[in-house]
Design a protein around this ligand. Structure first.
Ligand code: GLN
Length: 259
């Protein structure tokens, strides 16, 4: 099949970056038959990342398989904010880690970071192991803080979490690539989208080191409620926003001792 033909078919299927996608699919396919299969899957609407088996994130190739949350470009802002002012040897915990993209990016950016990542889903843990263990990270399966070693209490410098935060009623309005292909558990944050964020914020202070920070991705609209959840967890919080990436992160630190 000619490149122009592939581009044309992708474009008619609604792929905005048809040239780039055509090139990636051609690189991924071993022969014409495989290229045809990959192209059919893409035209039927499967996310490009599932077809390729990887997503680009912070300049890294992050392995993804069907059913894992696909790392979003906007989440690079969470990484940038987490990396800001990090000390050498920082202890990092990534909750609801999905493919492990955030932890992998932090391992590649920070000097001698110790990264622990947790997810409740077996498919995510499997991907996170592939993305993190070769880079020196550790991965646990379980619910939020529950599987973390007790030795990490009061030792975490950077606690990052891109937890599901879409309000249940708004899942139906998401792009079909998310709605039809990603698991609901990776998107659904309950009635107002804040259920899991609240649980993380309440649990954070017993894990954070003195001066440690909690960073959670949220939406611009939900950010004030995310801040309120941090405050109920005993943290002092502020909102950081990137226009360019359409990304919002709430950052909190334990309130200092009262003098
Ligand atoms: N709105 C976000 C997205 O699809 C939802 C991500 C999430 O729930 N973590 O990018």
């Amino acid at each position: 099949m000619e490149s122009a033909d592939i581009v044309g078919r992708l474009r008619s299927a609604g792929c905005v970056y048809a040239e780039d996608e055509a090139r990636l699919l051609q690189d991924a396919a071993r022969d014409a038959t495989e290229l045809h299969t990959l192209l059919q899957r893409r035209i039927a609407g499967a996310p490009l990342e599932y077809i390729l088996g990887w997503a680009e994130f912070c300049g890294l190739r992050i392995e993804v398989e069907d059913g894992v949350f696909v790392p979003r470009r906007r989440t690079e802002y969470l990484v940038a904010q987490a990396a800001c002012d990090a000390r050498a040897g920082a202890v990092v915990v990534d909750l609801c880690c999905g493919s492990g993209a955030v932890g992998a990016a932090l391992l590649s950016m920070l000097d001698r970071a110790e990264v622990h990542a947790v997810d409740i889903e077996a498919v995510s843990v499997r991907c996170a192991v592939r993305n993190l263990v070769p880079r020196g990270g550790r991965v646990y399966q379980g619910d939020l803080f529950e599987p973390l070693p007790a030795a990490l209490r009061s030792r975490v410098d950077i606690l990052v979490a891109n937890v599901p935060y879409v309000p249940s009623d708004e899942i139906a309005m998401m792009p079909s690539e998310a709605r039809e292909y990603e698991p609901r558990v990776a998107l659904d944050g309950g009635a107002d989208g804040l259920d899991i964020q609240r649980r993380v914020a309440v649990g954070a202070s017993r894990w954070l080191a003195p001066g440690g920070r909690l960073l959670i991705e949220t939406s611009e609209r939900q950010a004030p409620q995310t801040v309120a959840a941090f405050e109920r967890g005993g943290l002092v919080a502020h909102i950081a926003h990137s226009q360019e990436l359409d990304a919002t992160v709430v950052i909190g630190a334990a309130a200092g001792p009262i003098e």
